[in-house]
Design a protein around this ligand. Structure first.
Ligand code: XMP
Length: 322
């Protein structure tokens, strides 16, 4: 729209003025909306003086890494370094079951990988600016300070260490979430990226109740993709705030699938409606949609023989299981 076009153009102009004609910037892409829109704006402002870093920690959903590596780059022309860190994250998470411990490890590994990349980028010339997808509600929540790398650890995997001497570039500081989405559309980003529902930084790592392994991630990724596909097909994407799909990896139950008895794992569907994730209600997804999801998951994902629905509001249940 006309106003959104103006908002984008003004933001791009402000970034250009802040970074100057020679300055270089880096940005960590998470697969989420905010970092993608922020990066696309800065790319428009300074071209390949921006380098983006995408750490593939192996905890994203099906197709999301490709969305960043291929579709985002194709649309924006952004200079991107992709780090395949899946092995490293799996090793660091080996045997860990405690949710907060998982978060800590994922955050820590992310910072280490990102710092290694920074060193490589700085070897090509100095970098003074770090791009962050901070939104207006984050600014208000954190007291409105500007300028320094003061990042909430909860909400981004990319919580960065304090000792980095970067000036922050925050082109979304004046925007609300829906404005960021519209700005993303204006910049031509893929709809699946722009309209993505909230997804936690630690990703599928906190949706496996039990230790994270490659096989378990694969099972969950498939089940999650089916649930997302059927919810979208039913036109429920905008009614549902988000729908965590959770693998109870240490629970087994008996089933009959194909010719015989199986001893598989349950998958939990956790569709919720919410305004801000502080409180939530379980979504009344139509039974026929739930039936299709259940049938498809138990048919197509061999290790899963039971699909259950979480009917708990928040409070007392949180949206995520971990
Ligand atoms: P809960 O589970 O606390 O989730 O009801 C509220 C919202 O926050 C998301 N969430 C996270 N996001 N890192 C994130 O970036 C995290 O560690 C994390 N834990 C929960 C959750 O998906 C929901 O939108």
């Amino acid at each position: 729209s006309w106003t959104m076009l103006n908002i984008v153009e003004d933001a791009v102009e402000a970034v250009r003025a802040q970074i100057g004609p020679e300055g270089r910037a880096i940005c960590a892409l998470s697969g989420g909306v905010d970092s993608a829109v922020a990066a696309a704006m800065v790319q428009r402002a300074i071209g390949d003086r921006l380098t983006c870093v995408f750490v593939d920690h192996g905890l994203l959903r099906k197709g999301e890494a490709e969305q960043v590596e291929r579709d985002f780059v194709a649309v924006t022309g952004v200079k991107l370094r992709v780090v395949d860190a899946q092995e490293r994250f799996l090793k660091a998470l080996d045997g860990v079951t405690d949710p907060e411990e998982k978060r800590k490890i994922i955050g820590r590994e992310f910072i280490r990988v990102f710092e290694d990349e920074q060193r490589a980028i700085i070897a090509d010339g100095p970098v003074d600016f770090l791009v962050q997808g901070t939104l207006y509600p984050d600014v208000v929540e954190s007291g409105g300070g500007t300028g320094t790398a003061n990042i909430k650890s909860h909400h981004n995997v990319g919580g960065l260490p304090d000792d980095l001497q970067f000036s922050l570039v925050e082109p979304l500081r004046a925007l609300f979430k829906d404005e960021v989405r519209r700005a993303g559309e204006e910049l031509g980003l893929p709809a699946a990226m722009v309209w993505r529902q909230p997804f936690p930084g630690p990703g599928l790592g906190i949706r496996i109740v039990g230790a994270v392994t490659r096989d378990r991630l694969e099972i969950l990724r498939e089940a999650d993709a089916i649930a997302r596909e059927e919810l979208s097909r039913a036109g429920l994407d905008r009614d549902i705030w988000q729908c965590p799909v959770v693998l109870l990896a240490d629970v087994r139950s008996v089933g009959v699938q194909g010719d015989g008895r199986t001893y598989g794992h349950p998958i939990v569907l956790r569709p919720v409606s919410s305004e801000d994730a502080m409180t939530a209600d379980w979504s009344r997804v139509p039974y026929d949609v739930l039936a299709r999801i259940s049938t498809r998951i138990t048919n197509e994902v061999r290790e899963v023989n039971r699909v259950v629905l979480d009917v708990t509001s928040k409070p007392p249940g949180t949206i995520e299981w971990e």
